[in-house]
Design a binder for this molecule. Structure first.
Ligand code: ATP
Ligand code: MG
Ligand code: FE
Length: 348
């Protein structure tokens, strides 16, 4: 069976075709990063409008790549949440209308399930069960994954998500949006030991995270370096200071993520640790996880770099896996479109 999947929860429009045996037949992606850059972050209304503009061309590109036609599609998968309400509505309105017109079933996909399963699309996919460290722009969670649809939440962030902390910290030291990649690039030439930044909740004994205190510590350090008493967007800090601050911040956040992820993996007695979400593209995080897990006989799995941030392939794949597990989904004709901007990943 073939599933056509759509992703539009934030600032990426993604379309892909995936078979129920897990092969991606074609995929196309458009990132709105350039459009939002001038504003220093995603502007929801602009994002929604742009999804509408991109969906059809991306879908055409996907079919051309796969060399198949719409008639060969068996089901349509779409991200119904969580995400920006307008952005989700753009993708869902399109996917549901198309499904209705073609008399195809719709498989609603939870965006985080897409991220969570994305490492299964890599050349060396992990087997179940595994512990997942989900680190994206909006979420930081540790999850036990026993199988498809069997997810237990062990812990999450009490405030900022890891990606959000990267983005906000980057902004503070004058780096362009999205801050994660820019900050980690700058960190490569910085001294990670120059500033002693806090590792919040490192010894809390649970699997919760908190990054807002770390962010504030960066801000007060930056203010001290700039010699100002008030935070301002025009603080002047030398390039060396910026690089050292970036490196020190990255070291602090990575250390916390690595320690807690391994503790969770050992607690669940899993032999596999899977990383997913945009921050999973971070080089230091990858290196440190490999190093720390090797010592404990745990194997780490990552999604391909291009599948760390939002994409259509992970959504088509999650839909295809659901269909493979439950072929009865083919008979469903529920076109009561429901977007869920805020929703937990259902566990069972
Ligand atoms: P969610 O999935 O929680 O709704 P999202 O879809 O916006 O959030 P992703 O697309 O998974 O998040 O990831 C985007 C985040 O990843 C951004 O915060 C970005 O800064 C961060 N990121 C991307 N590359 C890197 C990197 N190399 N190092 C650190 N952070 C990174
Ligand atoms: Mg994005
Ligand atoms: Fe995402």
């Amino acid at each position: 069976k073939i599933v056509l999947g759509f992703e539009s929860s934030c600032d990426e429009t993604g379309v892909a075709l995936c078979t129920t045996d897990g092969r991606i037949l074609g995929q196309a992606l458009y990132s709105q990063i350039a459009m939002h850059k001038d504003y220093g972050g995603v502007v929801p209304e602009l994002a929604s409008r742009d999804h509408i503009r991109r969906l059809i061309p991306l879908m055409d590109e996907t079919f051309a790549q796969a060399g198949i036609t719409m008639k060969q599609v068996d089901a349509i998968a779409v991200t119904t949440g969580p995400g920006l309400p307008g952005a989700l509505m753009a993708g869902c309105a399109f996917a549901y209308s198309l499904a209705m017109g073609l008399n195809l079933p719709v498989i609603p996909v939870h965006h985080l399930e897409g991220h969570l399963l994305s490492p299964l699309l890599s050349a060396n996919p992990p087997a179940f069960p595994f512990t997942a460290l989900l680190v994206s722009g909006g979420h930081t969670q540790l999850m036990g994954v026993e199988g498809l649809g069997k997810y237990t939440l062990l812990g999450e962030t009490l405030d900022d998500a890891a990606g959000e902390a990267f983005d906000k910290t980057a902004k503070m030291i004058g780096l362009p949006y999205p801050g994660g990649p820019a900050l980690s690039k700058l960190a490569e030439i910085g001294n990670p030991e120059r500033f002693k930044l806090p590792r919040p909740m490192l010894h809390s004994g649970d699997y919760m995270f908190s990054f807002s205190g770390l962010k504030t510590a960066v801000l007060t350090t930056a203010m001290k370096l700039a010699g100002v008493g008030q935070p301002s967007e025009t603080m002047v800090i030398s390039d060396t200071d910026k690089a050292d601050l970036a490196a020190s911040f990255q070291a602090a956040i990575v250390e916390t993520l690595v320690k807690k992820a391994l503790a969770a993996c050992m607690h669940l007695d899993h032999k596999r640790l899977v990383v997913a979400g945009g921050v999973g593209a971070n080089k230091l995080l990858r290196e440190q996880l490999v190093k720390a897990s090797g010592k404990r006989g745990i194997e780490v799995y990552f999604p391909e770099l291009s599948l760390c941030t939002d994409n259509g392939a992970m959504i088509a794949f999650a839909g295809a896996m659901q269909l493979a597990k439950n072929p009865a989904l083919l008979d469903a004709r529920d076109y009561g479109m429901l977007t869920r901007p805020r929703c937990e990943l259902a566990t069972s």
